[in-house]
Ligand binder design. Structure first.
Ligand code: EPU
Length: 340
């Protein structure tokens, strides 16, 4: 185990607000995890692509760094890929594509680690981690034991899982099992991929996802951001119908279960926030669902912008936007929920 102290928070969050992380435990095995002090419980952390540190008091972090992967063939077509939590997600997708294995290509270029992927059930272009996941290996702090959780036990939902809820703070995801195939399993329904031919190659899908993402999402290495900042609200169909009567241009994605998703980007756009800034924090001009830090952004600027967006969207549409990004710290000065 490596013990790091007084770490620069800008290196541990792709939103890069100034912050100091008092203690970071970097673990490479379950034996290392067993040595981590648990009082107070450290916060489990990946690459920080969905985490913003709102100082000044920040918790100790624990990072699981091991990143080995093994491929087990189940038959001529299907392979189960076991990969440790510290592996970078996009590099994994790139590797599966280089091996001719279908399954993860729509999830190309999603920032973050493999271990973080199940927590919010990452998803893009019609595919979610839940569709490809076979199991998650979870280390329980209390019993100091490893549990292999089935995909049912993970209770995946839209940007949601048991790891965000009941299991939060109870342990660490150490590995993920994914089901991949040699036979194509094309998902081309999503706008941007629908121009591809029905017999397109794996490489073509992968390349197209990258092109579509790069056209509207800022690269966190160049412009600090955490991807989509808010979840797309899920509303009862009746509420959506009422809204559509007033806003006929509002896009709606029916979920077929009495609920529909309304794009948060559209609501924020309509509320006039596209390109708006508070200090050095802003609403990205090409995709208003993404908040960005132009360099010198302060936590207070971000909290102000979040509160303004939530307030405007709520007063205009009666819809509450919930952050998808985790805000970590104690400076709970707005109505935004802040976890520590
Ligand atoms: N829109 C506007 N104005 C804009 C841009 C978009 O009104 O300037 C509206 C359009 O109506 C568009 C809709 O927003 O149809 C939806 O946009 P898009 O299809 O790009 O998807 P999204 O809802 O913004 C979600 C995920 C992304 C994922 C994309 C593609 C969430 C919170 N976000 O974004 O995930 O890449 O779909 O599948 O579910 C992330 O989680 O960090 C992330 C980037």
């Amino acid at each position: 185990m490596e013990l790091l102290q007084q770490q620069d928070g800008r290196l541990l969050s792709t939103f890069r607000l100034a912050a100091v992380l008092p203690t970071v435990y970097q673990c490479y095995s379950t034996e290392d995890l067993a040595k981590v002090p648990l009082s107070p419980r450290p916060r489990v952390h990946g690459e920080g692509s969905n985490t913003v540190f709102i100082g000044p008091e920040l918790p100790a972090l624990c990072r699981y760094m091991a990143s080995a992967k093994t491929l087990n063939w189940l038959d001529d077509d299907r392979a189960e890929l076991h990969v440790e939590a510290g592996h970078n997600w996009h590099q994994l997708v790139q590797w599966t594509v280089s091996q001719g294995l279908w399954g993860l290509e729509n999830l190309a270029l999603i920032p973050g680690s493999v271990g973080a992927a199940p927590v919010q059930n990452i998803g893009a272009y019609g595919v979610e981690l839940a569709d490809r996941c076979r199991y998650v290996d979870f280390y329980h702090w209390d019993q100091q034991r490893l549990e292999r959780m089935t995909v049912e036990q993970c209770r995946f939902g839209y940007r949601d899982s048991v790891f965000k809820r009941e299991m939060a703070g109870r342990g660490v995801i150490v590995a993920v099992g994914l089901m991949l195939t040699r036979q194509p399993q094309r998902v081309l329904t999503y706008q941007g991929l629908d121009q591809l031919s029905a017999d397109c190659s794996l490489q073509q899908v992968f390349d197209t996802v990258i092109t579509v993402r790069q056209a509207k999402l800022p690269d966190p290495a160049e412009l600090a951001n955490c991807g989509s900042f808010f979840k797309n609200p899920l509303l009862p169909d009746a509420d959506v119908k009422a809204l559509q009567q007033r806003y006929t241009a509002m896009p709606v994605y029916s979920q077929g279960n009495g609920y529909s998703k309304v794009p948060a980007a559209w609501l924020i756009d309509q509320a006039g926030f596209k390109g708006k800034q508070v200090g050095d924090v802003g609403c990205y001009h090409k995709q208003p669902l993404v908040l960005v830090n132009y360099g010198q952004g302060q936590a207070s600027d971000l909290l102000t912008l979040i509160a303004q967006i939530q307030h405007q969207v709520h007063s205009r549409f009666g819809v509450t936007l919930e952050p998808e990004v985790q805000l970590v710290g104690r400076q709970a000065t707005t109505q935004t929920s802040v976890v520590s």
